[in-house]
Structure formats: C-alpha cells, structure tokens
Design a protein around this ligand. Structure first.
Ligand code: NBP
Length: 500
C-alpha cells in the first residue's frame, strides 16, 4: 500500500484479493455532501470496500472520523488512490460539475490503466460527457457519465442512477450500482441507459420534468388558496389526501410537509415568509435548450423554467403591479368541486409534462445514436429520485405494450385519464385566465394537448407567410412536391424546383 494511503480506524470489510495487494473494489473522489453520502452507501453494502479521496484533506479526515464503521481506505493523493483500488480500478467522481470534473478526470487518467473505469456521477452536461468519453477512449480507460438523482438523502440511502458508458464498463459497474440504488417494487432503480452521454442526457430530462411537476403543484396550491381562502396548513391536508390517490409521489408528499411548516421566528406559515423568487441550478434550462435544438415541444418544462425566471425579476414585477386586469381574486360556487377540478387539471397537465419529457428522450436517442429503453427509464424513476411516483408504472406499462408509441399521452391508460380530467382542466384554466391568476404550466399543457388533437392547425397560414417574405416554399394537401407562390406575379404558383 502506498505511503499516502491510510487505513480507516476500524478494519475494512474483506475485499476479494486480486493479487495487487489493493484493498478497495470501488473508490469515490470528492467528499462533499453527495460524495461522502455515496461513499457511505457503498461501504454499507456487503462485499464493498471503498477508497476515498478529496482535494482538501480535512474533508477526508472528517469523514473517516465521523464514520469509522464504514472501513474506508483513505488516500491523500491520486497515486495513493489508484494503488488502493483493485483492477479494473473503478472510481466515482462526485465533484462540482465543469472544470473541477475535468481536473479530476485528468488526474485519474494519469494514474489509471487501460480497462479501468472512471465514473462521473456529478450533474454534467451530456455534451461534456460525450466530449470527455471521446477524449479518454484513446487511453483505453473507460469513461462513464452517470446521472444520480435523489439529493443527499438519496445518495446515502439509495438513489436512482442513470449510467451511460460502454458495455464493457457496465459488466464491472452494474453489480456495484445495483447494490446501492433505490429499490422500487423489488427492482433496483438503475439501468444501463446507453453509450457515452446517454445517462447524463436522461438525468437532464429527469430534472426538466421535475421543474414542470413542481411548477404544476405550485399552480394547484395557488389556485386552491385563491379559490377557497384555505390557508397553507389546510391545503397541506388536501395534498396529503391527494398523495393517497393517483397523484401519489414524493413531490406531492413533500409539498404537504412544506405547507405545514410554521416559521419559528414569526409563527406564520413558512411558505408565507419565504421570498417568492425561485432559483435554479441550470438543468431545467439545459433541458429546454436541447429540446429546442431537437425540435421537441417541451412546453410544460419551458413554462416552469420561465415561471422561475419571471419570479426572479423583482424590478420588473414592482413596476408591473398596476397593469390593468382582474383583481386576481377567485370566487368559486362549490369549493369541494373546485378542489377536485384542480386535482384533475394537475393530473392531466402532469401527464403532458412527462409525455413531453419522454418525447425529448426519444428524440435525443435518435440524434445521438443511443438505444434507450423508455419503459426501463420510467421504471428506474419509480424510486430514489425526486420525481418518483406511482404513476411511472403506467408509463412503463404503456411502453411495454407499444415500445414505438409516437406520443406517450395517447396510451389507453392516459386517454382514460384525459376523458375523466379534460372538462375540469378547461374549467380550471378558464377560471385562472378569467380571474387573472397566472397558471402558465396548466394553460400551456392544455394548449399543447389541444394542438395535438386539432385536425387542422394554423401552421398552414404560417407557411404562407414564410413563403411570402422568404420564398421558403410550402407543401400542398392535394399533391406532392414543394411549391412557391409568385405572390405579386401573373402565375400564382410554381413548383420550387422550377417546373410547373
Ligand atoms: P459540490 O458540487 O459542492 O462540489 C464540492 C466538491 O468538489 C468538493 O469535494 C471539492 O473539493 C471538489 N472540487 C472542486 Br469544487 N474543485 C475541485 C478540483 N479542482 N479538484 C478536485 N476536487 C474539486 O459537491 P456536492 O454538492 O456534493 O455535489 C457533487 C456533484 O453531485 C455535483 O456535480 C453536483 O451537481 C451533483 N449532484 C448534487 C446533488 C445535490 O443534491 N447536492 C444532487 C445530484 C447531483 P474540496 O473539498 O477540496 O473543495
């Protein structure tokens, strides 16, 4: 063992000896909240001995002191870290996404050998993962970008894991990741998503859906508060009740808890004390940017991102307060019926958001050449991650029945849900618009739904406009070919290739 490797205070679990003298079968680099929790999770599973390394040694020492039971093998430089690992060496990087990740990859590549595996478990942009995988491939070292969802609690007790990378690395990595992932209905919440950046792409879409889900829940709360006058604690009970039905999910569950919380300083509901300016760390923006490039209308996710942006411009909101419009109060004749309408509108809008997210995964897979099993993705999101929900079973069922479904929301189960929900959905959106209460994600989801249903869209007029000012051509309903109209000439129309 290298001088720079310090065994933990308690004996490490026995790892199979591969003849190198190395003690650990897996390593973690980066011991902030996510890395240390993931390392503890790994150490708690039978058969794992975990090597740990952090740039600043204090974090390493703190982790060792706080968790002697984990039997960590601590390293204080990269050479020592490599020496501590059995071959093929497998290391999970949990550092700040971006330049820190590149720095750690370079350092590990310098001490690892062909066949070893470097896993980036941070929130990397998938195009960075593709770039990194390409760059490292020449060395013979495997690079795996793995999306990990579930926050610090998930990292410790079982996250949902979305790994990309090569088939070869999955042979070694699969059993390790399966051992630490959340378990939903007896199945580990991890699957080999696809090659290179596929895992981080799917994690990005997961976060985009999370944005939409959170915004929809927030709009439902806001409408109920306006429509019934109920306070946060009473609305918490409504969400708790919803969590026993088809909306059952982690986000609905924590919403009830957030609404119940009382501010220790003032005794007021905490949600009334919190400044109404929502922040973000970027994965929602990435989802929308990439969906725009792929031509996939993720309107629910986009509205959720824009709603956070709008909330975070107090200087604009201050000067806009006197704009004309309804008083933003809502009177409903039957409060119980209105609450049920909002529940149904939330469910229908949620189906739209998830359907759009899965469309984006399908489009990304086609663009980047990944074979992604959409039903398997729905399954690994049932546990461990932020959007975990019962409802994901319906999505995996839908893809099992028809893997090449062009649009998820046309699956029979969802058609039945829309049959039940759509009148309520329209009443809620109309009530919001009529009273001036913003409900951007509810209303854009409904517009998307109606856009898909429409027999004929005004896109025909847009094509005419495009041809008028830019000779962009259009296609006709009654014959093949591309056409351009001579808008001010004698002949009304020529085929774009110049033939009549
Ligand atoms: P942070 O994102 O706060 O990163 C801190 C870690 O990065 C520390 O270990 C720090 O080392 C290390 N680091 C930095 Br900064 N620059 C470095 C460099 N040049 N070389 C080596 N190490 C460097 O940690 P986190 O919140 O635990 O998240 C880790 C990853 O997991 C991130 O990519 C994050 O996006 C992702 N993630 C986080 C969550 C969450 O809920 N927090 C959820 C899902 C995914 P130091 O101690 O020496 O400064």
């Amino acid at each position: 063992m290298s001088e720079n490797v310090v065994p933990a205070q308690q004996p490490a679990q026995t790892a199979p000896d591969t003849g190198t003298g190395a003690a650990a079968n897996i390593g973690v680099v980066g011991l902030a909240v996510m890395g240390s929790n993931l390392a503890r999770n790994l150490a708690s599973r039978e058969g794992n001995t975990v090597a740990v390394y952090n740039r600043s040694h204090e974090r390493t020492d703190q982790l060792l002191a706080a968790h002697p039971e984990a039997g960590f093998v601590a390293a204080y430089d990269y050479a020592g870290f490599a020496a501590a690992l059995q071959k093929p060496r497998t290391a999970i990087i949990m550092v700040q996404a971006g330049r820190a990740t590149d720095a750690v990859i370079d350092a590990l590549a310098a001490v690892f050998e062909p066949g070893d595996i470097i896993v980036d478990g941070g929130n990397a942009l998938f195009t960075d993962t593709i770039r990194r995988e390409r760059a490292i491939r020449a060395t013979g070292i495997n690079f795996v970008g793995a999306g990990i969802s579930g926050g610090e609690e998930g990292a410790l007790t079982g996250p949902s894991i979305m790994p990309g990378g090569s088939d070869e690395s999955w042979v070694t990595l699969g059993p390790i990741l399966r051992s630490i992932a959340a378990v939903a209905e007896g199945e580990p919440c991890v699957t080999h998503v696809g090659h290179d950046g596929a895992g981080h792409f799917v994690k990005m879409i997961h976060n985009g859906i999370e944005y939409a889900d959170m915004q929809l829940i927030a709009e439902a709360y806001d409408l109920i508060r306006h429509g019934t006058g109920a306070g946060p604690a009473q609305i918490a009970e409504i969400f708790a009740e919803w969590n026993r039905g088809e909306l059952e999910s982690y986000l609905i569950e924590i919403t009830a808890e957030v609404l119940r919380q009382v501010d220790a300083r003032t005794g007021a509901p905490l949600v009334d004390v919190i400044l109404d300016e929502a922040g973000s760390k970027g994965t929602g923006v990435w989802t929308v940017q990439n969906a725009l490039g792929l031509g996939v209308p993720v309107s629910g996710i986009a509205e959720a991102v824009f709603a956070r942006s709008l909330s975070s411009h107090p200087e604009q909101r201050q000067v806009a307060g006197d704009l004309p419009g309804p008083a933003q109060t809502l009177t409903v004749p039957d409060e119980a019926a209105f609450i049920e309408d909002v529940r149904l509108a939330l469910y229908a809008s949620k189906i739209v958001a998830y359907s759009q997210g899965f469309d984006a995964i399908r489009a990304g897979a086609m663009e980047y050449g990944w074979r992604i099993d959409l039903g398997a993705i729905a399954k690994i999101w049932r546990g461990g991650c932020i959007i975990r929900a019962q409802f994901l079973n319906r999505i995996s069922d839908a893809y099992a029945a028809e893997p090449d479904m062009p649009v998820l929301l046309t699956a029979p189960y969802f058609v039945e849900a829309f049959t039940r929900a759509q009148s309520a959905w329209r009443r809620v959106v109309a009530a919001a618009a009529g009273s001036g209460i913003p409900a951007p994600a509810f209303s854009s989801s409904l517009s998307y739904y109606d856009g898909l249903r429409a027999e004929r869209l005004p896109a025909a007029l847009v094509q005419g406009q495009r041809d008028f000012f830019g000779a962009h051509t259009y296609r006709r309903r009654d014959m093949a070919g591309a056409f351009h109209t001579l808008w001010s000439g004698d002949r009304s129309e020529i085929e774009a290739d110049g033939t009549h």
